[in-house]
Write a protein that binds this ligand. Sequence first.
Ligand SMILES: *Cc1c(COP(=O)(O)O)cnc(C)c1O
Length: 368
Amino acid sequence: MDNKVLVTRSSMPDFDDYINEISPLWESRWLTNSGVKHNQLEAELCSYFNVTNTALCVNGHQALECIIEALGLEGEVITTPFTFVSTTNAILRKGLTPVFCDINPDDFTIDVTKIEQLITDKTCAILPVHVYGNLCDDEAIQKIAQKHGLKVIYDAAHAFGVFKNGVSSAALGDASMFSFHATKVFHTIEGGAAVFKHQEDHNRFNQLKNFGMKGECLEYEGTNAKMNEFSAAMGLCNLRRISQSIASRRVAADRYRERLYGVDGIQLSALQKDVQSNYAYFPVVFDPETFGCTRDDVIEALAKQQIGARKYFYPLTSSLQSLKDKPIINHTPIAERISNSVLCLPLYEGLDVQTVDRICDTVLSLKR
Ligand SMILES: *Cc1c(COP(=O)(O)O)cnc(C)c1O
């Protein structure tokens, strides 16, 4: 028997469902550039998010770069270093300066009490990250942004299918970026989307992802970041089964919580009030003092049992080589501590409770 457990595994729709979805493409021979599947997925996502301006993209990273460009940002952007390197790369690649804010120790999102002290006359935007399916404190962020005339862009790569009091994560801020990468809760193999509050930004984004063209007018130096029909078709299939997919993740996540909650030296992610999570990841923070061994010891023990686990997010994006010796590096001690002690345990659709138990047994056997 193959006992190998990977840290993640892509959700797959029914094979026949996907074949049905793509078969008209042999007839139409329209494979990309705002095809039928692309437009249908955009419309269905608008309805799922309950928003009006959703634009599909070739991946989440390109969506973030094009959002930054669509909003015409320049100067400094307040963000967190506890994220995937894509967030910080997008800021840097668009010629902006990242200013790092620390995170909350309990839900790992931006610490809103530390944002204002980082604002200067060069600040143009706040770019916080929803982490592991936890949402940032949008109300507080919005207040600060309004007071100082800043834009708010969310990296919502982890927040597909997350709702607060029934409101989708996609409805927050001036814009949100979603990643539909194969490993995410909802995927289109590779893909992503941008959601905008304002129609003009949405229009500009659509132009930017198609070389900046508007008919024969070459208005911007755009890029090519369009989603193709096969990806959109995968999205249509996966969207039909999103609630069952999240429910399956929840069973595994609840079991982890049952087994690991309250263990001395183990900190689990806070359950946010009024937030319906998507159970995207199961992060565990190990305190080496009280748990008796380090995060890296846990990885090693799991690996011996052929169980994968991921240091995620590690290292902090503020350790990017290109940022060395720049004065913009703020000390973010909480992000540093979490990054050095967090481990994401395997979590995906279809992960069964017996396997979760086997993983927890291994983790708990290390407790000193
Ligand atoms: C996955 C991810 C991205 C990048 O998305 P891609 O679709 O892989 O380009 C950016 N930010 C975060 C937080 C992510 O998890």
